[in-house]
Design a protein around this ligand. Structure first.
Ligand code: HEM
Length: 219
């Protein structure tokens, strides 16, 4: 019965071709350093899943943000666990993406024909940092408030356009409800949408070019 169902779907969706195109490729020469891209992908998915659970109870308004997090920690079943994973996963993702980039640099895997894979990677790194920056404000506690005050002030020191960037980030001169809703929207919609698009293109190029070989003596 399952065989027939699969054959029916395969005829209409081309599942076998999809499998051959995406997954049925020669095994790259194994090395732990080469697992860091997949580890970054895993962490992204984990952050997305735990983040979606957090939005069930989190409220992005100055009156309720702090209390909603207290409720997640103390009132919701396993809320502390979901938040803990999301909190530590965020730092881990920045670290793992960064080490992945270092390994690509050290093995010179950014060279022809993978220059675009690298450039998309730079976008991925910026968005990953953007996720960290916007997420940090969401608990709306003292640390979050003042860290974002400092962070947005630093953006304000850019020559010429600094004050405009600072005002745009804060939604005014000071941090307010507008800043919180802006950061929330960037954190759950804008950055994730860009990340998904960039990851899709990044993976397409990795499948297209195959993985680079580690340089050997005399290469
Ligand atoms: C969310 C962040 C990222 C994800 C999910 C991701 C995912 C991946 C995956 C799954 C691979 C194949 C496995 C591997 O070689 O480790 C890979 C390879 C690659 N990544 Fe990333 N990556 C990310 C960030 C970056 C960054 C920041 C850079 C550089 C600026 C970068 C540049 C590359 C390059 C050039 C390759 C090809 C390496 C080769 O063929 O040896 N990636 N990435």
């Amino acid at each position: 019965m399952w065989k027939n169902l699969f054959a029916w779907l395969d005829e209409r969706l081309g599942l076998n071709d999809l499998y051959k195109g995406i997954l049925d490729r020669p095994e790259p020469r194994g090395n732990w350093w080469k697992t860091l891209g997949s580890a970054s992908l895993f962490l992204f998915v984990m952050q997305a899943v735990t983040g979606i659970f957090l939005t069930v109870y989190y409220t992005p308004s100055p009156d309720h943000a702090y209390d909603s997090i207290q409720y997640i920690m103390n009132g919701v079943a396993f809320g502390w666990l979901i938040r803990g994973i999301h909190h530590w996963g965020a730092s881990l993702m920045v670290l793992v993406v960064f080490i992945h980039m270092i390994r690509v640099f050290v093995t010179a895997s950014y060279k022809y024909p993978r220059e675009l894979t690298w450039m998309l990677g730079v976008g991925l790194l910026i968005c990953t940092l953007g996720m960290g920056f916007t997420g940090y404000l969401l608990p709306w506690n003292q640390k979050a408030y003042w860290a974002t005050t400092v962070g947005t002030s630093i953006a304000g020191t850019v020559p010429w356009v600094g004050p405009i960037i600072e005002k745009a980030l804060r939604g005014g001169q000071e941090l307010s409800a507008l800043t919180l809703s802006r950061f929330f929207s960037a954190h759950i919609w804008i950055f994730p949408a860009i990340l998904i698009a960039l990851i899709g293109a990044h993976l397409y190029l990795i499948i297209k070019h195959g993985e680079s070989q580690f340089p050997e003596k005399g290469d």
